[in-house]
Design a binder for this molecule. Structure first.
Ligand SMILES: C[S@@+](CC[C@H](N)C(=O)[O-])C[C@H]1O[C@@H](n2cnc3c(N)ncnc32)[C@H](O)[C@@H]1O
Ligand SMILES: [Zn+2]
Length: 323
């Protein structure tokens, strides 16, 4: 990655809206659970005097780039390489068992997408990798396609890509493998999906879009960690502290909406169950009932922002301690 990467900074999604929604307090302690290039972190550092931000990212490249970019903030910015599923331990490890606010801007960053050799994009040819955390020994997307059964591959593409032709794509992937030429590069996979689905004139998106999204979500277990992260995040907020979450597709947004509903005390048990088993307890209030979405200007400047939704909640006083 080059210094040119910093040009991507304009792509921080819903920056003003998020910083505003967090109601940043002077001297407050914040966690940016998805540091990326540090756009939201910088917004918080600039918003009020003496704020401090712990910036978490599982991608060492993001930690290194953001650290360079945010150097001038010295000890007010604390980068930590880790998974946001461990937010409680990470914040406590920095000396903050409780914090004033948390932001999470979920999914993949534009710099990850644009760094060809990381294999997230079907627009260039590279090894099919897609790991946000390229720890030695962890499974790449190519490994996943080589070691999963046809049914498992179809399920991934259906569940995480909402792709109706998932079975056909999975069958073609496994056929290629059986013929001794497994799918190992982004171009091989993009071409295969295009051949399997055909491309109609006027299609707004490339036929491989949903399959690539699905594999990326599976490789990084992107959906598996969101709910427990939200529960822990709310738990370490001080009273009146806020959590702002930006999602980019309906699968993420559904998990966030559902978790927030439960944390507002609404029972989410199936309708015919005789007694509540979901353990709903009111610990937050919704700050916005409808999600905040980017304005037309932002959508024009940054097409990736088009699907973004920002949901914000506020921690309420612990009711179990009131008489
Ligand atoms: C959309 S980008 C964030 C961009 C950032 N807000 C900015 O302004 O530059 C999401 C980042 O979160 C990281 N990420 C995704 N899931 C994560 C997880 N479970 N734990 C830690 N980092 C994660 C990715 O590596 C990526 O860098
Ligand atoms: Zn319930």
């Amino acid at each position: 990655m080059t210094e040119g990467a910093f040009e991507n900074l304009h792509s921080t999604v819903l920056l003003e809206e998020t910083v505003h929604a967090l109601a940043v307090r002077p001297g407050g302690i914040y966690v940016d659970a998805t540091l990326g290039l540090g756009g939201h972190t910088e917004g918080i550092l600039e918003a009020a005097e003496g704020t401090q931000v712990v910036g978490i990212d599982q991608d060492p490249a993001a930690i290194s780039l953001a650290s360079k970019r945010l150097k001038k903030w010295k000890s007010r910015f604390k980068p930590v390489k880790g998974n946001f599923a461990d937010i409680r331990q990470i914040a406590a490890g920095q000396g903050y068992p409780e914090v004033d606010g948390i932001v999470a801007d979920l999914g993949v960053s534009s710099i990850q997408l644009d760094t060809v050799e990381r294999g997230f994009s079907f627009r260039a040819d590279a090894p099919l990798d897609m790991r946000m955390d390229p720890a030695p020994g962890s499974k790449t997307a190519a490994d996943l396609l080589e070691t999963s059964t046809e049914v498992e591959i179809a399920d991934i593409i259906y569940k995480f890509g909402e792709e109706r032709a998932s079975r056909k794509i999975a069958r073609w992937i496994v056929e290629a493998r059986e013929k001794g030429s497994p799918i190992r590069t982004t171009k091989q996979l993009a071409d295969l999906t295009e051949r399997a689905l055909g491309r109609k004139r006027g299609d707004r998106i490339h036929p491989a879009t949903r399959t690539f999204q699905a594999l990326r979500i599976a490789v990084n277990d992107e959906l598996g960690k969101i709910e427990s992260f939200l529960i822990d995040a709310v738990d370490i907020l001080k009273t009146d502290g806020r959590l702002a979450v930006i999602t980019f597709h309906s699968l993420e947004d559904r998990i966030v909406k559902h978790a927030f509903r439960k944390l507002t005390g609404k029972c989410t048990c199936p309708p015919r169950i005789p007694a509540c088993i979901c353990g709903a307890k009111k610990v937050i209030e919704l700050v916005n009932r409808k999600p905040i979405v980017p304005g037309e200007d932002e959508q024009k400047k940054n097409p990736r922002s088009r699907s973004a939704k920002l949901r914000v909640v506020q921690r309420i006083a612990d009711q179990s301690q009131t008489p």
